[in-house]
Design a protein around this ligand. Sequence first.
Ligand SMILES: [Zn+2]
Length: 247
Amino acid sequence: MNDEQLLRYSRQIMLPQIDVAGQENIRASTVLIIGLGGLGSPVAMYLAAAGVGRLLLVDLDRVELSNLQRQIIHGSDRLGEFKVESAARTLAALNPTISVETFPQPLDEALGNALFQRADICVDCTDHFAIRFLLNRLAVRHRKPLVSGAAIRMEGQLTVFDSRKPDSPCYRCLYEESGQDDLRCSTNGVLAPVVGVIGSLQATESLKLAAGLESAYVGRLLIWDALHGDFRQLRIRKDLACPICSG
Ligand SMILES: [Zn+2]
């Protein structure tokens, strides 16, 4: 790292758990972010600012007026732009020393396989169950950590699936693949900072993993009720009959 980089990242290099070696790990990391909406906004901004070397951004959608209340990576001047292109512009302004690749297309098996081969970590910032199950299969197949977040109304959830660890559950251990209706902000509403908090927690866990630290949320599900100010945690266990991660 040169002097400018040492200065830019000095406040996290100062942390004994990160240090120069952790910052080098962060710089050498590639993080795949699926969805550049309410969760993806803080995830991408914090990871870029913190110096993750390469970000791979996937989102098919374009910026709409109703996104701007919570998707803070996009501004009013970005209406109609692909979200990944708008995000890349914001990230380039935050930190021009990292590289950002954009994929304004639907995530399918082929694209997913290609991107998971390159990524060290995947952050799930979608609100589609079908995509969540696809990401889970890819994460187990490629043995990459999957940082999972969800937020709707005034509630949020966070957990990390890490198939490199034999005891880690996967998304399919928790949820049946059939009979899930998408819980979308477009039909249920969401309080803006709720996605910000959950996205920030996803960024925190991703950055720890990128630095070479453990995630605290493997096998633990955080549930936040923002209305009552209640944070709860549940232990979640691997399903030994899971068709994706067991047997
Ligand atoms: Zn499983």
